[in-house]
Each structure stands twice: as C-alpha cells, then as structure tokens.
Ligand binder design. Sequence first.
Ligand SMILES: [Zn+2]
Length: 313
Amino acid sequence: MKVPYRTGLHKVAPATYAYLQPNGSWGWSNAGLVVDGDEALLVDTLFTVALTRQMLDAVGQALPAAKIRTLVNTHGDGDHWWGNQLLPEARIISSAASAEEMRHSGPEPMLQALAAGASDPGMRGLTDLFAPFDFTDVTPTYPGETFDGELEVKVGTRAVRLIEVGPAHTEGDVLVHVPGERVLFTGDILFIGGHPVVHSGPVSRWIRACDLILGLDVDTIVPGHGPVAGKPEVTRFREYLHRVLDHAVAAHQRGRTALEAAREFDHRGFEDLDDPGRLVLNVGAVYRELNGDGTPAELELMPQMLDVTTEAR
Ligand SMILES: [Zn+2]
C-alpha cells in the first residue's frame, strides 16, 4: 500500500494505521494504531500535549467507535511519550528499561537545557530546534506495565507482538509487530530520510535489530521518523550503521575527535539524508563504547553537532 508522506492518519493495512508528521526531523515523530472493532492499541504518543490531542482528534474522526485501551511506548524519548497524559484510562506498556529511562527523561531537564541554551551561543541552535514545541503543560505519565524480552498483547481478537531490541537507539527500544497484517512499527530503530541518533548503542546491537526486522514476515514498516517504508530501506539503513561503526572505530584508532571523524565521514550513497550533524553524536556513541568511561558525553557534543549541520547547508 503506497502511503503519502503527509501529516495525519493513514491506513497502511485493513485495520492498521500510521500517524505521520513530516519532515521527521527533531521531535517530528510517527505513531501507529491497530484496531479491532471498538478496541484500539496506540503505538506512541507525540512530543507535546497539543500535537497528541491533534492526533487523537484525527483518530476520533476516522474511527469514532474505536476506544484506545492500550498504549505502547516504543522507547523513552519525549517525542514518543510526552502526550501520555491524554490517555489516563489506557493500559500503558513499555519495556522495563524504557520505563526506567523515562523516570529520568521528563520535560524538566529539557526545559532547563533550553533555558540555559538561550544564553549560551553554542547551545542557541538547540533552542531553535525545539522552538516549535511547547512542553510547559506536559505531566509525565509513566507506563503502568513493563516487560523484558517479548510480550503478546491482544487488541480485540488480534495479536500484537512487542519485541525488545534495545539497548540500541535508547536503553529499551521495542518493535511493535502486527503479524496478521504484515506491519511493523519500529519506533526509532528506523529513521527514514535523515541521519538517526545513537543515544545508547551499542551500534552492533542496533545492526542486529535490523537483521531481526529483515527476518520478520512483514511488508510495511513504519519508522519512528520519516515516510512509511519496507525492507529495502531497512537494508540501506543497516549499511549506514555499519559504515558509521567501521568509520568511528578507525577514526578512534587514529586519535581523531568525534567532530573530526564526523567531518571525514564518507557520505557516498547517503548524501540525501537530513541532519548530517547527528554524525557527531553517532561517532561519539561509538567512542563511548570504546572508551568505556562515558566520554565524550552526548550533551558536550551538541554544539558541534549543530555546527556540522549548519556547515552542510
Ligand atoms: Zn523519536
């Protein structure tokens, strides 16, 4: 099913929908919906209460009978759960590792960083990135149910499989597989159209997650950011991760900083991807794996990331 990349709710299979938010850059995440009769399962809420309300209104209009009884948060980044408060009666599920991460990733640290960024020229770009979003009315609403490994959830009579593949993008990434419709929601295990962000790593584990996806019986793959895709895009994304890993390991051996390594990256085949500055973060994540002492810290790389994105424009 060819799905246009436009803001809103799109049918991707007879009873499965994707809610898309172009252009997929910082904070513009996708969500998903699986329906059976009057029962529905939502995959992720959005970055703000207002954006989530817009999405729920669109769901209510298209499917007036559907009641969202279950919400799955694919991981602990705010753009996938900060709208949870609008579903107070739903059963909210995440991996145990994501739930733990959420405890430390409410909007408060973000609001503080943005306030600090307003007076720090190096961080001003960060404030600009998040300017479209208002987090002031976010009340962190956490999962009431967690799991490790795999969990099967019912939506009416339909089965939905939750598969934990993190730590990779974050500590507890989960895939949401709808076997009856050959659909997969990947959360941020897949980015289409832009460079991904490696927060946690290891990248090798993220590559294994791609292998797992390629082995699933699915046709339609809804990424956490970007247009609806299929297996060819996963194969290409896997190649990207491999290239980042190989490049970063070699650059680390040569004593390059993460910034130098990002600037020396071979973009061939990936020139079309947005947000190239994220390479600084991604190389940095591999360096943290290799250093084993938590350096270089992600926050310290943020200003350099913004520089590289600006240089590329
Ligand atoms: Zn995201």
